[in-house]
Design a protein around this ligand. Structure first.
Ligand SMILES: *[C@@H]1O[C@H](CO)[C@@H](O)[C@H](O)[C@H]1NC(C)=O
Ligand SMILES: *[C@@H]1O[C@H](CO)[C@@H](O)[C@H](O)[C@H]1NC(C)=O
Ligand SMILES: *[C@@H]1O[C@H](CO)[C@@H](O)[C@H](O)[C@H]1NC(C)=O
Ligand SMILES: *[C@@H]1O[C@H](CO)[C@@H](O)[C@H](O)[C@H]1NC(C)=O
Length: 456
């Protein structure tokens, strides 16, 4: 940047600072009624519904007054009507006002005509309360961001009337105790950019209407009780960058339409009941960096095509019944840092090329049926150290030159057969073996009891 353009930038910055100060400064600082009276009264009601930190009417009679404004509040001075208006409210954690035990959902927030954002964090924790939006009233709300997070006593359903908040861009209702189905009306919010309903108790299917919100960039419905198939309409979300549907009870296969999500960077489908076949179109996701799909009953071969997702940094496909060999194409994933393939039915040798993955930091291939000589040299083994796990592959062994440097869960090739076949019981395997023995033992006791009671 040249010095003259730097100067220009500085001048612009200073003037904009001065200007913003000017707009914040009320011309008549001593005038107490610098807020619209109805708006002020609504604000006091909201404060009293949520907080008992102090008597707000007494301690802060002019909540927007510069220099003596409330904590957790932002206001804007509008010259047009010579008033201050509340634009942002923050509750729950210091320095913002904390919530009282009997705090209730403050439905008056929808009557603050200039409110743009509200954040309520760890506020409702004692007395159960529900989201309520005044019904059948055209809301004049300018609310762009509505965030109620980590409220263990926020129960009930998401009211369909939430769709009357037409300006909403970010809706976060994560980590509450919300139940019922996701109201389809949410998907008529045509300005919505981020929707996060994760960590609740939501049930039912993902509505087909999800495809209507073309503006959506982030969709997180993880950790709920959603069932049914992933709707094909999800492929309509062309600018989606993050899709997290993990830890639900989704069934069926991943829809082919997912290939249209060309902007997708993060895709998590772990811990569902998804089955093969694998969507061919997945290779269209050329911007994908995170693909997390552990814990699904897939029971198909590992798709070779994943090796074409060049930007992948994390690939997690553990515990999903994958069979066949590890595709050599995976060694082309040059930016891969985590590869999790443990607890599958993979067989054959580890592809030589995996040793070329220069960014790999965490590699778990444990509990498969891999065999042959591990293709990693001692410097690779040392670099990954404890983050490399090859245990539970009984016919896998280390070349003598690489072996003995670190414990990765396999023996050195050519050492006596018994020692490589009967690998020492590793700590992680001991509980499993012991619990099997325990069950067998119990069964024997029961049989003995049955025997003695009938025949004894
Ligand atoms: C790998 O990561 C680096 C650094 O984040 C990035 O510059 C590069 O473009 C990435 N390569 C691919 C193929 O995505
Ligand atoms: C590993 O990388 C080297 C150097 O880039 C290359 O010559 C070799 O073919 C690669 N090996 C495999 C199996 O991809
Ligand atoms: C180990 O293997 C890597 C990758 O194939 C290679 O770059 C490196 O030079 C090797 N190191 C030794 C000590 O052989
Ligand atoms: C690899 O996966 C197994 C099985 O899930 C797990 O017990 C082990 O801790 C993992 N190892 C590493 C290094 O992450």
């Amino acid at each position: 940047m040249s010095s003259s353009s730097l100067q220009l930038l500085l001048i612009t910055l200073t003037t904009s600072l001065l200007l913003s100060n000017a707009t914040n400064d009320h011309p008549n600082k001593n005038l107490p009624s610098s807020m619209d009276r109805i708006e002020l009264e609504t604000l006091f009601k909201i404060m009293e519904t949520l907080s008992s930190d102090q008597d707000w009417r007494v301690s802060y009679p002019n909540p927007c007054q510069p220099g003596s404004s409330w904590p957790g509040i932002e206001c804007k001075y509008t010259p047009m009507d010579n008033h201050f208006h509340v634009t942002r409210l923050d509750f729950g954690t210091p320095p913002n006002p904390s919530c009282k035990n009997t705090a209730k959902f403050p439905s008056e927030i929808f009557q603050l005509p200039h409110l743009e954002s509200i954040f309520v964090f760890q506020c409702f924790t004692e007395a159960p309360t529900r989201i309520s939006v005044p019904p059948n009233k055209p809301l004049m709300s300018r609310l762009q961001q509505l965030s109620f997070r980590s409220n263990s006593a926020l129960i009930g359903t998401i009211p369909p009337q939430i769709s009357s908040l037409k300006s909403l861009q970010i809706l976060t209702l994560s980590q509450n105790k919300l139940t019922g189905e996701i109201p389809v009306e949410i998907f008529s919010l045509s300005s919505l950019v981020h929707l996060d309903l994760s960590y609740n108790l939501l049930s039912g299917a993902i509505p087909l209407e999800v495809g209507n919100v073309r503006s959506l960039v982030g969709l997180d419905l993880s950790y709920n009780r959603l069932m049914g198939q992933i709707p094909s309409a999800i492929g309509e979300l062309r600018i989606l960058q993050k899709l997290d549907l993990s830890s639900n009870s989704l069934t069926g296969s991943v829809p082919e339409s997912i290939q249209h999500l060309q902007s997708l960077v993060f895709l998590a489908l772990s811990n569902n009941n998804l089955r093969g076949s694998f969507p061919r179109g997945l290779t269209g996701l050329q911007n994908l960096q995170y693909f997390l799909m552990d814990d699904n009953p897939m029971f198909v071969p590992l798709p070779e095509e994943l090796g074409r997702l060049k930007k992948l940094q994390e690939l997690r496909l553990a515990n999903s019944g994958y069979s066949g060999t590890i595709p050599p194409s995976y060694s082309q994933l040059t930016n891969l840092s985590t590869l999790s393939l443990q607890n599958n039915r993979l067989s054959g040798q580890i592809p030589v090329g995996l040793a070329n993955l220069s960014h790999i930091y965490h590699l778990n291939l444990s509990r498969n049926f891999l065999d042959g000589v591990v293709p990693f040299n001692s410097s690779f083994l040392k670099r990954l150290g404890k983050n490399l796990d090859l245990s539970g592959n009984l016919r896998l062994c280390l070349s003598p030159s690489a072996g003995n440097s670190v414990n990765v869960g396999v023996g050195v090739c050519g050492s006596s057969k018994t020692s490589s076949l009967i690998t020492p019981v590793r700590k992680s395997e001991a509980p499993l073996k012991c619990s099997i023995l325990f069950i067998v033992n119990i069964a024997l006791v029961i049989l003995t009891l049955v025997y003695t009671s009938f025949c004894g």
